[in-house]
Each structure stands twice: as structure tokens, then as C-alpha cells.
Design a protein around this ligand. Structure first.
Ligand code: ADP
Length: 273
């Protein structure tokens, strides 16, 4: 049965993602999300009212100067931190006010994570690392599913290896396979190419892109790299806790230009194209 499904999925790309999931059709929805640290005069307004709707099957890059709120945004959107105000919906489920236990369960079963530092468990094999989210979500570890996603990231023959036996790029591909194994509503990626050289980074970005295009995955990626952001369908620019601008898929040069105007001292950038 599992083998049959594997064959079908390998031969036929997944259907368009927006048809695949019940609910609103939106993978991520933020409404009026604010996050404040501290109170009174010393309060830091890390997010000042973020409104955002990301459809299933979309690839979004989040950029912005240091301190603009990228990490806070990712943490709030992924249910790792609680906004001070506003609401977050993931795959149509309102997570605001959810108990810690339910949030943990939701993160394990419906979200995938890719980090700059790979975060693989060194004592486990590649296959065991990939199966970990299934175990944590209380699902039966499905070895044919692990083989499938490892095949999708080009590591079909590496399941029995340990992470330390693989290159950095290969380790990040394992992390991507691990993020995809439960067919999550959203994959959150935090500087996924930050520790990789240019060539290897390009391979990982191509895989993220193909996870969106071929598997219908939804990816939200924080990055400071315009080349990485150029793989996304849409680039959000954060400045001082707010969305300062968005660009549809475009070149690294245009993204870098937009970043420069965002970070220019005293730049007050309006709607100039
Ligand atoms: P970025 O990821 O873009 O560098 P962050 O989300 O880390 O930005 O930070 C946004 C703002 O919130 C910054 O001014 C930062 O100093 C502040 N901040 C982040 N985390 C905390 C915290 N735990 N306590 C107080 N201030 C924080």
C-alpha cells in the first residue's frame, strides 16, 4: 500500500496545493499581529501590526535589516511565540489562545522547520532523523515515506548514514526531507542557506522551490540573502516591525536595491517603484 502510494506520488506530481487542504485555502494568515517586549517607556515594539495571507503552495521570503522583526515574525507565525495582540491561523486553524500542548502537537504534525544549523541528531541515522517528526507526532514511522522524501531531495541512497558522514549541503537536504515528511501545512525556514557555500546553497534553494512547485509545499523563509529571496514567489520587507513593502518574484539585484533603500539612513521610502 505504502509502496503503491510512493510510486504514484513519484510518477505524478502532487495536485495544486490549494485544492489539497481543507479549510480556508490559506496556509498562513496573520491579522493585526503585534508583539511587544516589556512595557511602558522601555517597551520594544518588535511587530507593530502584521496582516498577511499566504496561500497553500506559495514560497515567501522575509527580509529586513537586523532588528526589523524577522525572527519575532517567524516565531509568532510558527506558534513558537505568542503575539501580544492579533491572531494567527495555520492551515485554517486559529492558534491564538491554544494551550501549549495543543500548539506543540500542531507544530509537530502540521509544520516543518529548517534551520541554518541543520539541527540533525548526530546519533541517529539519516532515515531516523527524517522519521523523527512522525514519531514525535505519534504517527507510525513510515519507512517508505522516509525513502520517498529522501529520494525527492536526492539522497535516496543515504538513509543508513549518520549526519556527520554527509556534507553540509547534504545535511541540509536531510533537514528538508525531515521538514517535508509529514506533508506539513507550512515549512518555516530560518536562514536555511546561511551556513552553505554558494553552489550548495543554490542546490538547497532549488529543492525548496521544487518542493513548492512539484509537491505543493508552502514555504516561508527568512533570509538576508537576495539570491535566496529571488527563489521566492513574493518577498516581504520588514522594517521596524511592519511590512514596509512586498515584491513579486524578481531578480537578486532588484531585491538588493530594495534592501538598500530600506536600510539607508533616514530613508523614507514611499511608493516609488
Ligand atoms: P530580526 O530577526 O529582524 O533581527 P528580531 O525579531 O530579533 O529582529 O527583533 C526585533 C526587535 O525586538 C529588536 O529591537 C530586538 O532587539 C527586540 N527583541 C527581540 N527579542 C527580544 C526579547 N526577548 N526581549 C526584548 N527585546 C527583544
Amino acid at each position: 500500500m505504502a509502496a503503491l502510494r510512493r510510486t504514484q506520488r513519484t510518477e505524478h506530481p502532487a495536485p495544486p496545493a490549494h485544492t489539497g487542504v481543507a479549510g480556508t485555502g490559506l496556509a498562513v494568515e496573520l491579522t493585526g499581529v503585534r508583539r511587544q517586549y516589556g512595557r511602558g517607556a522601555g517597551a520594544v515594539h518588535a511587530l507593530r501590526g502584521i496582516d498577511l495571507a499566504l496561500p497553500h503552495g506559495s514560497f515567501t521570503a522575509v527580509m529586513g535589516p537586523s532588528g526589523s522583526g524577522k525572527s519575532t515574525f517567524l516565531q509568532c507565525a510558527a506558534g513558537l511565540d505568542r503575539p501580544t495582540a492579533g491572531s494567527v491561523r495555520l492551515g485554517g486553524t486559529e492558534i491564538t489562545g491554544m494551550s501549549e500542548n495543543r500548539l506543540t502537537e500542531l507544530r509537530r504534525s502540521r509544520l516543518g522547520f529548517v534551520f541554518q544549523a541543520f539541527n540533525l541528531l548526530p546519533s541517529l541515522t539519516v532515515e531516523q532523523n527524517v522519521l523523527l517528526p512522525m514519531r514525535l507526532a505519534g504517527q507510525r514511522p513510515d519507512r517508505s515515506r522516509a525513502a520517498e522524501v529522501l529520494g525527492q531531495v536526492g539522497l535516496g541512497d543515504k538513509g543508513a548514514r549518520r549526519p556527520s558522514e554527509l556534507s553540509g549541503g547534504q545535511q541540509q537536504r536531510v533537514a528538508l526531507a525531515r521538514a517535508l515528511v509529514t506533508r506539513p501545512d507550512v515549512v518555516f525556514a530560518d536562514e536555511p542557506t546561511g551556513a552553505l557555500d554558494t553552489t550548495t546553497a543554490a542546490e538547497v534553494l532549488a529543492l525548496l522551490r521544487s518542493a513548492v512547485d512539484r509537491l505543493g509545499a508552502t514555504v516561508v523563509m527568512v533570509t538576508h540573502d537576495p539570491v535566496a529571496a529571488a527563489h521566492a514567489d513574493r518577498v516581504l520587507f520588514l522594517a521596524d516591525g511592519a511590512i514596509a513593502d512586498t515584491l513579486p518574484r524578481t531578480s537578486p539585484a532588484r531585491i538588493a536595491d530594495r534592501m538598500r533603500t530600506l536600510t539607508a539612513p533616514a530613508a523614507h521610502v514611499g511608493v516609488a517603484a
